[in-house]
Design a protein around this ligand. Structure first.
Ligand code: ZN
Length: 262
Protein backbone atom coordinates (compact mmCIF):
# COMPACT_ATOMS: atom_id res chain seq x y z
CA UNK A 1 0.00 0.00 0.00
CA UNK A 2 1.11 3.56 -0.64
CA UNK A 3 1.02 6.35 1.94
CA UNK A 4 -1.55 8.08 -0.29
CA UNK A 5 -3.94 5.12 0.06
CA UNK A 6 -3.48 4.92 3.82
CA UNK A 7 -4.21 8.67 4.01
CA UNK A 8 -7.52 7.99 2.24
CA UNK A 9 -8.46 5.36 4.84
CA UNK A 10 -7.50 7.76 7.64
CA UNK A 11 -9.65 10.43 6.02
CA UNK A 12 -12.61 8.05 6.08
CA UNK A 13 -12.09 7.28 9.80
CA UNK A 14 -11.27 10.88 10.82
CA UNK A 15 -12.39 13.25 8.02
CA UNK A 16 -9.94 16.13 7.58
CA UNK A 17 -12.90 18.48 7.07
CA UNK A 18 -13.91 17.81 10.68
CA UNK A 19 -10.71 19.38 12.04
CA UNK A 20 -10.89 22.78 13.73
CA UNK A 21 -9.91 25.71 11.45
CA UNK A 22 -6.83 26.53 13.60
CA UNK A 23 -5.52 22.98 13.41
CA UNK A 24 -2.83 21.43 11.20
CA UNK A 25 -3.87 17.92 10.20
CA UNK A 26 -3.20 15.29 7.54
CA UNK A 27 0.14 14.21 6.08
CA UNK A 28 2.63 16.71 7.57
CA UNK A 29 5.91 15.13 6.39
CA UNK A 30 6.59 12.43 3.83
CA UNK A 31 5.91 11.38 0.27
CA UNK A 32 2.44 10.22 -0.71
CA UNK A 33 3.87 7.89 -3.36
CA UNK A 34 6.07 5.96 -0.87
CA UNK A 35 5.11 2.42 0.13
CA UNK A 36 4.05 1.82 3.72
CA UNK A 37 4.34 -1.46 5.62
CA UNK A 38 4.89 -0.51 9.25
CA UNK A 39 2.96 2.22 11.10
CA UNK A 40 3.14 3.35 14.72
CA UNK A 41 0.44 5.42 16.42
CA UNK A 42 1.28 7.70 19.33
CA UNK A 43 -0.12 10.71 21.14
CA UNK A 44 2.93 12.93 20.59
CA UNK A 45 6.19 12.73 18.69
CA UNK A 46 8.90 12.99 21.33
CA UNK A 47 12.47 11.72 21.30
CA UNK A 48 11.24 8.55 23.06
CA UNK A 49 8.36 7.79 20.68
CA UNK A 50 10.33 8.75 17.56
CA UNK A 51 13.32 6.61 18.63
CA UNK A 52 10.91 3.69 19.04
CA UNK A 53 9.46 4.30 15.54
CA UNK A 54 12.95 4.39 14.02
CA UNK A 55 14.16 1.31 15.94
CA UNK A 56 11.04 -0.60 14.86
CA UNK A 57 11.48 0.54 11.23
CA UNK A 58 8.19 2.45 10.98
CA UNK A 59 7.49 4.02 7.57
CA UNK A 60 4.90 6.34 9.07
CA UNK A 61 3.99 7.65 12.52
CA UNK A 62 0.39 8.66 13.17
CA UNK A 63 0.82 11.23 15.92
CA UNK A 64 -2.38 12.62 17.39
CA UNK A 65 -0.66 15.94 18.09
CA UNK A 66 0.63 17.68 14.95
CA UNK A 67 4.30 18.30 14.35
CA UNK A 68 4.81 20.83 12.90
CA UNK A 69 1.80 22.61 14.37
CA UNK A 70 2.59 26.24 13.57
CA UNK A 71 4.15 27.44 10.29
CA UNK A 72 7.96 27.18 10.34
CA UNK A 73 10.39 29.43 8.52
CA UNK A 74 13.36 27.17 9.23
CA UNK A 75 13.99 23.57 10.21
CA UNK A 76 17.13 23.42 12.33
CA UNK A 77 18.24 21.61 15.43
CA UNK A 78 17.91 24.85 17.44
CA UNK A 79 14.25 24.11 18.16
CA UNK A 80 12.67 20.91 19.46
CA UNK A 81 10.23 20.83 16.53
CA UNK A 82 13.03 21.32 14.01
CA UNK A 83 15.22 18.68 15.63
CA UNK A 84 12.43 16.08 15.74
CA UNK A 85 11.39 16.82 12.15
CA UNK A 86 14.99 16.48 10.95
CA UNK A 87 15.33 13.20 12.82
CA UNK A 88 12.11 11.80 11.31
CA UNK A 89 12.89 12.93 7.77
CA UNK A 90 16.48 11.61 7.91
CA UNK A 91 15.14 8.23 9.06
CA UNK A 92 12.53 8.23 6.27
CA UNK A 93 9.64 8.24 8.78
CA UNK A 94 6.59 10.07 7.46
CA UNK A 95 4.25 11.92 9.86
CA UNK A 96 0.46 12.06 9.78
CA UNK A 97 -1.67 13.88 12.36
CA UNK A 98 -5.46 13.45 12.64
CA UNK A 99 -5.78 15.61 15.82
CA UNK A 100 -9.16 17.41 16.07
CA UNK A 101 -10.50 15.41 13.11
CA UNK A 102 -10.07 12.29 15.30
CA UNK A 103 -11.34 14.10 18.43
CA UNK A 104 -14.63 14.82 16.66
CA UNK A 105 -15.01 11.78 14.36
CA UNK A 106 -18.12 9.61 14.56
CA UNK A 107 -16.07 6.91 16.36
CA UNK A 108 -13.46 9.37 17.61
CA UNK A 109 -12.12 10.25 21.03
CA UNK A 110 -15.02 12.32 22.39
CA UNK A 111 -17.57 9.69 21.29
CA UNK A 112 -15.49 6.94 22.91
CA UNK A 113 -15.34 8.89 26.19
CA UNK A 114 -19.13 9.41 25.96
CA UNK A 115 -19.58 5.64 25.56
CA UNK A 116 -17.40 4.97 28.63
CA UNK A 117 -19.59 7.40 30.61
CA UNK A 118 -22.83 5.87 29.22
CA UNK A 119 -24.02 9.23 27.84
CA UNK A 120 -27.50 8.89 26.32
CA UNK A 121 -27.95 10.15 22.71
CA UNK A 122 -24.72 12.17 22.59
CA UNK A 123 -24.62 15.25 20.34
CA UNK A 124 -21.80 17.75 19.70
CA UNK A 125 -21.44 20.78 21.98
CA UNK A 126 -21.35 22.79 18.77
CA UNK A 127 -22.27 21.51 15.29
CA UNK A 128 -19.71 21.65 12.47
CA UNK A 129 -19.84 24.77 10.26
CA UNK A 130 -19.85 22.50 7.18
CA UNK A 131 -23.58 21.85 6.52
CA UNK A 132 -22.94 18.30 5.28
CA UNK A 133 -21.05 17.37 8.48
CA UNK A 134 -23.66 19.12 10.63
CA UNK A 135 -26.38 17.05 8.89
CA UNK A 136 -24.48 13.93 9.99
CA UNK A 137 -24.64 15.21 13.57
CA UNK A 138 -20.89 15.92 13.72
CA UNK A 139 -19.13 18.85 15.38
CA UNK A 140 -16.91 19.81 18.31
CA UNK A 141 -17.11 18.10 21.69
CA UNK A 142 -19.96 16.00 23.04
CA UNK A 143 -22.85 16.58 25.39
CA UNK A 144 -25.72 14.44 26.57
CA UNK A 145 -27.88 13.33 29.44
CA UNK A 146 -27.11 10.45 31.77
CA UNK A 147 -29.68 7.73 32.48
CA UNK A 148 -30.04 9.03 36.08
CA UNK A 149 -28.19 11.36 38.40
CA UNK A 150 -24.64 10.13 39.05
CA UNK A 151 -22.06 11.42 41.49
CA UNK A 152 -18.89 12.73 39.88
CA UNK A 153 -17.11 9.94 41.75
CA UNK A 154 -19.27 7.28 40.05
CA UNK A 155 -18.48 8.80 36.67
CA UNK A 156 -14.77 8.86 37.43
CA UNK A 157 -15.03 5.18 38.43
CA UNK A 158 -16.70 4.39 35.07
CA UNK A 159 -13.75 6.02 33.27
CA UNK A 160 -11.24 4.18 35.45
CA UNK A 161 -12.53 0.85 34.11
CA UNK A 162 -11.15 1.76 30.67
CA UNK A 163 -8.54 4.35 31.66
CA UNK A 164 -6.76 3.05 34.77
CA UNK A 165 -4.14 5.81 34.48
CA UNK A 166 -6.47 8.78 34.91
CA UNK A 167 -5.61 11.26 37.64
CA UNK A 168 -8.87 13.12 38.20
CA UNK A 169 -9.06 16.61 39.66
CA UNK A 170 -12.34 18.44 40.07
CA UNK A 171 -13.44 21.99 40.82
CA UNK A 172 -16.40 20.57 42.78
CA UNK A 173 -16.72 17.81 45.40
CA UNK A 174 -16.82 14.33 43.88
CA UNK A 175 -19.99 13.59 45.90
CA UNK A 176 -21.93 16.14 43.83
CA UNK A 177 -24.56 14.56 41.55
CA UNK A 178 -25.07 15.54 37.92
CA UNK A 179 -27.33 14.50 35.04
CA UNK A 180 -26.12 16.45 31.99
CA UNK A 181 -22.49 16.17 30.90
CA UNK A 182 -20.19 17.85 28.39
CA UNK A 183 -16.95 16.22 27.20
CA UNK A 184 -13.93 17.57 25.32
CA UNK A 185 -10.73 15.49 25.25
CA UNK A 186 -7.29 17.10 25.65
CA UNK A 187 -7.11 20.79 26.56
CA UNK A 188 -10.83 21.55 26.55
CA UNK A 189 -11.03 24.11 29.36
CA UNK A 190 -11.89 26.96 26.99
CA UNK A 191 -15.19 25.20 26.16
CA UNK A 192 -16.51 25.56 29.73
CA UNK A 193 -18.70 28.58 28.83
CA UNK A 194 -20.28 26.72 25.93
CA UNK A 195 -20.91 23.67 28.13
CA UNK A 196 -22.70 25.94 30.63
CA UNK A 197 -24.82 27.49 27.85
CA UNK A 198 -25.82 24.00 26.72
CA UNK A 199 -27.09 23.17 30.20
CA UNK A 200 -24.29 20.84 31.26
CA UNK A 201 -23.83 20.55 35.02
CA UNK A 202 -20.46 18.85 34.62
CA UNK A 203 -17.71 19.15 32.05
CA UNK A 204 -15.08 16.43 31.64
CA UNK A 205 -11.85 17.32 29.88
CA UNK A 206 -8.16 16.44 29.90
CA UNK A 207 -6.84 19.67 31.38
CA UNK A 208 -7.82 23.28 32.06
CA UNK A 209 -6.13 26.40 33.32
CA UNK A 210 -6.61 27.94 36.76
CA UNK A 211 -8.70 30.75 35.27
CA UNK A 212 -10.89 28.31 33.35
CA UNK A 213 -11.46 26.48 36.66
CA UNK A 214 -12.47 29.80 38.26
CA UNK A 215 -14.91 30.32 35.38
CA UNK A 216 -16.34 26.82 35.96
CA UNK A 217 -16.83 27.66 39.61
CA UNK A 218 -18.54 30.96 38.74
CA UNK A 219 -20.81 29.22 36.20
CA UNK A 220 -21.71 26.44 38.64
CA UNK A 221 -20.44 23.72 36.28
CA UNK A 222 -18.19 21.04 37.78
CA UNK A 223 -14.97 20.85 35.72
CA UNK A 224 -13.40 17.40 36.00
CA UNK A 225 -9.86 17.17 34.59
CA UNK A 226 -8.73 13.60 33.97
CA UNK A 227 -5.28 14.36 32.51
CA UNK A 228 -4.45 15.29 28.92
CA UNK A 229 -2.56 12.05 28.20
CA UNK A 230 -5.19 9.79 29.79
CA UNK A 231 -8.02 11.55 27.92
CA UNK A 232 -6.51 10.78 24.50
CA UNK A 233 -3.79 8.12 24.43
CA UNK A 234 -6.21 5.18 24.68
CA UNK A 235 -7.73 6.29 21.37
CA UNK A 236 -4.40 5.94 19.55
CA UNK A 237 -4.42 2.28 20.56
CA UNK A 238 -7.99 2.03 19.27
CA UNK A 239 -6.97 3.73 16.03
CA UNK A 240 -4.15 1.20 15.48
CA UNK A 241 -6.74 -1.59 15.90
CA UNK A 242 -9.25 0.05 13.54
CA UNK A 243 -6.58 0.57 10.90
CA UNK A 244 -5.35 -3.05 11.23
CA UNK A 245 -8.84 -4.23 10.29
CA UNK A 246 -9.01 -1.82 7.33
CA UNK A 247 -5.48 -2.51 6.03
CA UNK A 248 -4.40 -5.98 7.28
CA UNK A 249 -1.32 -5.97 5.04
CA UNK A 250 0.19 -3.18 7.18
CA UNK A 251 1.61 -3.79 10.66
CA UNK A 252 0.14 -1.19 13.01
CA UNK A 253 1.06 -0.79 16.66
CA UNK A 254 0.58 1.82 19.36
CA UNK A 255 3.76 3.27 20.85
CA UNK A 256 4.91 1.75 24.13
CA UNK A 257 7.45 4.53 24.75
CA UNK A 258 4.96 7.40 24.47
CA UNK A 259 4.10 7.87 28.13
CA UNK A 260 4.47 11.60 28.68
CA UNK A 261 2.19 12.00 31.70
CA UNK A 262 2.73 15.07 33.83
ZN1 ZN B 1 -4.27 16.51 22.96
Amino acid sequence: MLIRELCQILNEIAPIRLAEPWDNVGLLAGEESSPVERVMTCLTITDASLDEAIAERADLVISHHPIPFKPLNRITSHTTTGRLLLKAIRANVAIYSPHTAWDNASHGINRQLATMLAVQSPVPLTLAADPELAKQGLGTGIQGKLSRRFTLEELVQKLELSLPSIRPRSTHPLQQTISNIGIVCGSGGSMIGLAAQRGCDAFFTGEATYHQCLEAEALGVAMVMIGHFASEFFAMRQLAGMLSRRAPEIHFWASVKDDSQF
